[in-house]
Write a protein that binds this ligand. Structure first.
Ligand SMILES: [Zn+2]
Length: 164
């Protein structure tokens, strides 16, 4: 069986006992979480969040890009979220390269200019979290958000710690 066939089969099993069809679209805990796409992060489990309780936004690194701001504005303005949590993690792949290096690598490999692709690689993880909080705090469209918290998830221990 291929991975795709396996996924389809798993969904059939999931749908047999599915009970979440009546959930409202507004996250009941009024929380939006931004985190990395890392396959080792099961964010609902890590934070004890159940389906329907929070918006989860993910990308490489857990970075506040323009598209994340777009999602957060929709989340806050149309769906009532009031708190934002940013979670970066130890051993993040985004801290293992520099934008210029990947731009150069794929420009050469695919014979197409990649110098304008911003990957948002970073060095210091605490600094990176603080920078993401700043980006949210500087958006006029998110100025009514009541709290923005930043955490680092430890891949080895499963624990989160808050970035002060
Ligand atoms: Zn990561």
């Amino acid at each position: 069986m291929t991975d795709i066939q396996s996924i389809i089969l798993e969904n059939e099993k999931y749908a047999e006992n599915f009970t979440g069809g009546k959930l409202p679209p507004h996250p009941s805990k009024k929380i939006a979480v931004l985190t990395c796409m890392d396959a080792r992060i099961s964010i609902n489990d890590i934070l004890g969040l159940k389906v329907g309780e929070a918006h989860i936004i993910r990308n490489a690194g857990g970075i506040v890009t323009d598209d994340v701001l777009r999602s957060l504005i929709v989340s806050h303005e149309l769906l009532g979220t009031e708190r934002i949590i940013i979670i970066n993690h130890t051993e993040c792949g985004m801290a293992t390269f520099k934008d210029e290096d990947l731009q150069k690598r794929i420009s050469e490999k695919y014979k197409s200019n990649a110098s304008d692709i911003k990957f948002h690689s970073f060095g210091d993880i605490d600094e990176n979290v603080k920078n993401q909080i700043k980006k949210i705090r500087s958006s006029p469209f998110l100025s009514n958000i009541s709290s923005v918290h930043g955490f680092i998830y430890d891949i080895r221990s499963g624990k989160i710690r808050e970035v002060q």
